[in-house]
Design a protein around this ligand. Structure first.
Ligand SMILES: Nc1ncnc2c1ncn2[C@@H]1O[C@H](COP(=O)(O)OP(=O)(O)OP(=O)(O)O)[C@@H](O)[C@H]1O
Length: 301
């Protein structure tokens, strides 16, 4: 994998607070990664290091091959950032705001107008930002972060407070950017929302990176049981089939069984599918919520 962001053995203290402890990971192009963790886990500190706003006490951070805290960080123009709380000058219009940020990035303001359209703000482009709703300000924030076709896009809690439709649009735009080869990192608490969207997950706890990988890799690491819910025909007489070996718990329509791995799941499915008393099968793999709780538990044990 080509590495666009490399974090190596990074430590960061704020006085007695160890905000980051030996954190190492790589991010690659064309991938959407999620950075998850409780309040105070160190997510914002990591983002600030990638932006070059602070320096690591120990270890190294490289973004697009450069040190972001170096005076001449030429890759800065290829870096997009959406902070958790976007604050714009209320007196400027959306268009003026974007023009301001475009100039900072040394981009022609006119090249930014299609972004207003992409985030659905063209109709309000010439209205003062002070009249915008929270969702509209977030859209403007995203347009600002997308200026100059960033190769690395860092988003801190980007969808907090957005309605479901807007959230959907947000992810559509991020997916386009990802498909165009950008590295997208989203810091978030919204695990259920990221579950089907992030290809790579980084789990932080009290300054430590406690696990990372694809959802499948995390599932295989965690070895949490898979739930298989089996509905039984009403005529089954309430007696579970013998192949269930008395395991599992009763549900209103049948039984739910816990299997330790994929192989055992497949074996159970083969038997269940060939039993005419089984009317429906549902498989529930551990969710990102379950995995997150597992790795946090393991880490604090
Ligand atoms: N400027 C600072 N001065 C002192 N302590 C700080 C500073 N910035 C962060 N911290 C502390 O460092 C730790 C990590 O903070 P950080 O903001 O990176 O966490 P976070 O995961 O982003 O949390 P949240 O989800 O609440 O945004 C916390 O204990 C926080 O109180």
């Amino acid at each position: 994998m080509t590495v666009t962001v490399a974090v190596n053995g990074v430590e960061k203290d704020y006085g007695a607070v160890k905000a980051l402890r030996g954190v190492s990971f790589d991010l690659g192009p064309g991938r959407l990664s999620a950075l998850v963790g409780h309040n105070g886990a160190g997510k914002t500190t990591l983002i600030k290091l990638m932006l070059g706003l602070i320096r690591a006490d120990r270890g190294a951070v490289r973004v697009l091959g450069e040190d972001p805290a170096a005076g001449e960080f030429s890759a800065r123009r290829l870096l997009g950032y959406l902070p958790e709380n976007v604050a714009f000058n209320a007196a400027l219009t959306g268009r003026e705001t974007l023009a301001f940020y475009a100039r900072l990035k040394q981009i022609k303001p006119a090249s930014a107008w299609p972004l207003l359209d992409r985030v659905g703000l063209m109709h309000a482009a010439d209205r003062r930002v002070g009249t915008y709703s929270k969702g509209m300000r977030q859209r403007l924030g995203l347009a600002q972060a997308l200026l100059g076709r960033p190769r690395v896009l860092l988003l801190d809690e980007p969808t907090t407070g957005l309605d479901p439709a807007l959230r959907q649009t947000f992810y559509e735009i991020l997916n386009e950017l990802r498909d165009d080869g950008a590295t997208v990192l989203i810091s978030s608490h919204a695990l259920n929302e990221l579950e089907d969207r992030a290809e790579h997950v980084l789990i932080m706890n009290r300054g430590l990176l406690v696990a990372q990988g694809t959802l499948a890799e995390l599932r295989s690491l965690a070895q949490l049981p898979i739930r298989v819910s089996l509905d039984l025909a009403p005529g089954a007489g309430g007696v579970p089939p013998a192949w269930m070996n008395g395991s599992g718990a009763a549900t209103p329509h049948g039984r739910v069984m816990l299997v330790p791995d994929e192989a055992r799941k497949m074996a159970l499915l083969r038997v269940a599918a060939s039993d005419s008393r089984v009317t429906n099968i549902e498989i529930m793999a551990p969710t990102l919520d379950d995995l997150y709780a597992h790795f946090l538990r393991e880490n604090s044990a």
